[in-house]
Design a protein around this ligand. Structure first.
Ligand SMILES: C[S@@+](CC[C@H](N)C(=O)[O-])C[C@H]1O[C@@H](n2cnc3c(N)ncnc32)[C@H](O)[C@@H]1O
Length: 319
């Protein structure tokens, strides 16, 4: 069973059954940390489907090992933002529960906009939760907790109930850490009782084929490289570097693209075209399983622009 969520194989939004090959209540945990909570709830509820998201590489690596050790087939992990999944992956009315345990509190006033639980979060969540579905929040930060409850309540989509935290939420890594420091804990359920009136469609358009281009000319010699910054609607990218391939003719461009809640590292190769319509093929390598989005399209466009400035001519584009 795959543990990592394979976004390349899914459409946006994707049906629950396309991810798990079965219909079952769908549960999301945003910020799973070391994966201890996710693993224990998934063990306790084999009849539910779980997706966990965490932006930290170390968290993803630890949780992966835990889920693998536990032999769970009802969990998929995503190394990236839970907001990205909420916006793009989940269908409206598809989520049964969302867990958020000890979200980063961002105490400083100037960092408050980095908090996960904003008014826009509650609005988006109200579209993706099923009627009666719940957000379960546990935290040690009373100011954040109070602010989140006000936002949930004032959105008009939730019935908010404050209770003592369930024992499972008090066994997470951060719960253990803050318990040792003598902190108090706060817990609430925000249950959806009304839906968002207008649709909130996916923001990232995922395309079926990966972007590429055909060029005529010869592979340029690269002695130095100045990074290229390219802006596009809703995002930007940086062509960071270019390298010559060893043992074969070709160049590889390293690109970092930034789209809403999605950061991708793209490796774009230029090499002799196997078929004779053109001299060279510029294509996105499948390293790191990139998604074909506006970002990858713009990355191919930016590299094409760089190459045409060095005398190559474009003779076919797919971007
Ligand atoms: C304070 S830790 C809590 C971890 C865990 N829930 C626990 O209780 O031990 C917050 C976690 O949220 C993750 N995180 C922050 N923003 C996120 C986002 N937008 N999507 C997914 N994870 C996020 C961080 O990487 C971190 O692992």
């Amino acid at each position: 069973m795959p543990i990592l969520l394979d976004l390349q194989s899914l459409s946006f939004p994707a049906a629950n059954v396309a991810v798990f090959q079965r219909e079952a209540p769908l549960v999301l945990e945003v910020g799973f940390g070391d994966g201890g909570f996710l693993t224990s709830v998934a063990q306790a509820h084999p009849e539910w489907n779980f997706i966990g998201a965490d932006v930290a590489h170390a968290s993803a690596a630890r949780a992966f090992k835990r889920v693998r050790r536990a032999g769970l087939s009802n969990v998929r992990l995503y190394h990236g933002s839970g907001l990205f999944l909420l916006r793009n992956l989940f269908c409206d009315g598809s989520l049964y529960r969302v867990y958020v345990n000890f979200p980063d509190p961002w105490y400083k006033k100037r960092h408050a906009s980095r908090r996960l639980l904003q008014a826009s979060f509650f609005e988006l969540l109200s579209a993706r939760l099923e009627l009666g579905g719940k957000l379960l929040l546990t935290t040690d930060s009373e100011p954040y907790f109070r602010q989140a409850l006000i936002l949930a309540h004032s959105s008009g989509y939730y019935r908010v109930t404050e209770t003592t935290p369930p024992s499972a939420a008090l066994r997470t890594k951060y719960a253990t850490k803050w318990s040792a420091a003598g902190r108090n804990f706060y817990h609430a359920a925000a249950q959806k009782h009304a839906g968002h009136p207008s649709q909130i469609p996916p923001q990232i358009r995922k395309e079926l084929g990966m972007h590429h281009a055909l060029l005529n000319g010869s592979i340029p010699a690269v002695t130095e490289f100045d990074k290229v910054i390219h802006h596009f609607a809703d995002g930007h990218l940086v062509v960071l570097d270019v390298m010559r391939m060893i043992g074969q003719e070709g160049l590889v461009f390293i690109v970092r693209s930034h789209e809403p809640e999605l950061e991708q590292e793209l490796f774009i190769q230029l090499r002799p075209a196997r078929r004779a319509q053109a001299d060279l093929l510029l294509s996105v390598m499948n390293l790191g399983k990139p998604l074909a989005t506006r970002g990858s399209s713009e990355a191919v466009r930016a590299v094409c622009h760089w190459l045409t400035q060095r005398g190559l001519t474009l003779c076919g584009t797919y971007y």
